[in-house]
Design a protein around this ligand. Structure first.
Ligand code: ATP
Length: 329
């Protein structure tokens, strides 16, 4: 039998649908390996405040279908300070934690790396963020649900846009990554997808965009026109863009910001399966004594990436822009 280990889990940064299935998978797999599991509340804050709970089968039995995270998530500014990091490390020692599994985005992994300078236990990352902006995995937990949620909303907006022959600018989330905009835009048949990966010169981009919209509406004014825009992709808001389009084309233009709905809801099958797979694999790596890695899935294969390399998204962005240019009709 393997050595009895004590595993701690945190969910950190923006919450994402699928975090609960990941907690469930880690807990059930770990208990099978005869490990103990605790969950710290509210990301790194739980470490600093020593606020945690033991996780058993009873806690995770009925959570695979639930959005959010039973151990809560949060940002934790104290992790950016030396004293915060020391407190977090001391708390892990005090609770006799051998291994910390961090479910979060690239910021959370930076926190994990910073913590590793003060704590010698194992740290394993699981990509959990709707933004899908992490190197070393094709998808992050929460991404599939977020796209479906955005898609459902855009389809509804299309109906009303069609009825009123309006132009709509729909802003989706993604932080600094346009992949939610791209996938929701492709899936909804949006006439335009706007994300910063496509923009070298914003003014030139906007001038061309307005011309394209005007030309399309001139050819077929009696139809709707939907632009899916990633948040932070332009220096102007979705509303300002809609106003500029109205002025330029003469067609009634509105905007809608989808916002936090994209973070909520029951995780779709893709996120539940990914979360289960990554959770189980994380415990296998705990058992093997590995540390400083994130578990991901690329081309159907489980793979590990050093935490330090997870924020290097340069190659990913090149693939992303190529796909967007190829498949946008
Ligand atoms: P999402 O992309 O979904 O928002 P994230 O994990 O990238 O998730 P962040 O807010 O960037 O979200 O990071 C979460 C937390 O990780 C921060 O609140 C902070 O506690 C910790 N963290 C982030 N960057 C660092 C860093 N450079 N050093 C120490 N801790 C960090």
């Amino acid at each position: 039998m393997s050595k009895q280990k004590r595993i701690a889990i945190i969910t950190s940064g923006g919450d994402a649908p699928g975090m609960n299935p990941a907690i469930r998978a880690i807990t059930l797999k770990a208990l099978k390996c005869n490990f103990q599991v605790i969950g710290y509340y509210c990301g790194y804050n739980g470490l600093i405040d020593e606020h945690y709970t033991e996780l058993t089968t009873r806690h995770v039995n009925d959570i695979i279908h639930r959005g959010g995270t039973i151990i809560k998530s949060a940002r934790c500014p104290a992790m950016h300070t030396e004293s915060g990091l020391l407190q977090a490390a001391n708390s892990l020692r005090k609770c006799h934690v051998d291994s910390l599994i961090v479910i979060g985005g690239d910021g959370s992994f930076k926190g994990a790396e910073a913590l590793a300078k003060h704590w010698s236990g194992q740290i394993i990352g699981i990509p959990g963020t709707i933004d899908n902006d992490i190197n070393g995995t094709d998808a992050t937990i929460g991404f599939y649900t977020a796209i479906d949620t955005a898609l459902g909303c855009i389809d509804k907006i299309r109906d009303t846009a069609q009825a009123f022959e309006r132009t709509f600018v729909v802003e989706v989330m993604g932080r600094d990554c346009g992949i939610i905009a791209m996938e929701a835009g492709l899936a909804s048949g949006a006439e335009q997808i706007i994300c910063k990966e496509l923009i070298d010169d914003e003014q030139l981009f906007l001038d061309k965009l307005k011309e394209d919209v005007a030309l399309s509406l001139a050819n077929d004014a009696a139809h709707s026109y939907v632009l899916v825009m990633a948040e932070h992709s332009l220096s102007i808001s979705a509303q300002e863009l809609a106003e500029q389009l109205k002025t330029h084309t003469g067609v009634d233009s509105r905007s809608a910001i989808l916002g936090y709905v994209q973070r909520g809801g029951a995780p779709v099958a893709g996120d539940r399966i990914l979360a289960t797979q990554l959770g189980i694999e994380a415990v296998k790596h705990v058992k093997l004594g590995h540390t400083g890695i994130m578990i991901g899935v690329e081309n159907g294969q489980v793979k590990t990436t050093k935490l330090a390399d997870t924020s290097d998204t340069h190659a990913r962005n090149i693939d992303f822009v190529a796909k967007l240019k190829e498949y946008r009709l």
